[in-house]
Design a protein around this ligand. Sequence first.
Ligand code: LMR
Length: 398
Amino acid sequence: MFERIDYYAGDPILGLMDKFLADPNPNKVNLGIGIYYDASGKMPVLDCVKIAEQRIAESTAPRPYLPMAGLPGHRQACQELLFGKNAQAVQENRVATIATIGGSGALKVGAEFIHQWFPQSKCYVSDPTWGNHIAIFAGSDIEVGTYPYYDSASNSVKFDEMVSFFSTLNRNDVVLLHPCCHNPTGMDLTQAQWDTVLEVIQKHELIPFMDIAYQGFGEDIDSDAYAIRKAVDMGLPVFVSNSFSKNLSLYGERVGGLSIVCPTPDEAVRVFGQLNFLVRSIYSSPPSHGGYVVDIVMNDEALHQQWMGEVYGMRDRIKAMRLALKSVLEAKLPERNFDYITRQNGMFSFTGLTPEQVARLQSEFGIYMISNSRMCVAGLNASNIDYVANAMVEVLKV
Ligand code: LMR
């Protein structure tokens, strides 16, 4: 009966994690999945989260189903982070926000909404992008194409090509954008480049879908949201999916949000209603634990401040690892240019290693990165950085 069902080849990111865990090599280093590990190689539980969880544990309140859209405090937290405190669009009740099951859940609900209400729209993702973007939109029966983004020869953004390409798209086509910390390349647009891109999007009446999973890991909370806030100021109909997996280190709790900025409050009511309907028909309502943590940390002034300090601590450690890796590689391979490592933002570095070189790192050294050459810099620390750099030198030598 099930013989005709295809085998699943596995996910290139999550499957690599399983492979890493099964590897008996005592020197193994996980630079695959986008998870932040601290200086001692451990995934942190943030202090602000510990305090919130303590409060939740002490509460004997029952655990009812949450509303389809999640906790109001969770939704408000998403809006304040993304659009800024007292953002005009929020005050005017023009933003429909729901809590979602991680950033992936937000993308899925957003994709279903587009499929249902904008059936002619195609979705364009950057070349390259996070693999699941393509799977999620294609899985909602949306035709997915790519737009030029990364030039591996110069390790920079193909900005002119990207802008020209956008001007060939049709009205209401969706362009999926990474406001900060591009996954997988780490190469972001400047604010001036965002201004140009958003003007083209406005002129051609495209729908910007901004996926922000690393807010706080680039420059800072506000600068990382520049593209989102600028698009809202310009009156664009922006979709935003956000994730708290990384910046609250709450990976397994699956907490995120989906916001759609509308021209009028009435449209926001309609959109919010349809998002609720979609949630009900897919998973009914979100789980509560992560939502309570988000609500407590983000809406308590002192905990919020503490959280920002903890996010910036993670950001700064990653930046220090970039500098350290670059200097070891430059010292050992002076004929090569490794500037790209510190020009990139967020957790990832697109190293430009060939799939064969990546495979050698894995089989000979137990160093795991994605075959497209993406390295999670957040997996580096003082104990493994020389080992990783030396192994890279070994496979880069001709
Ligand atoms: C990643 O890109 O490694 C993370 O976003 C984790 C994932 O789900 O792929």
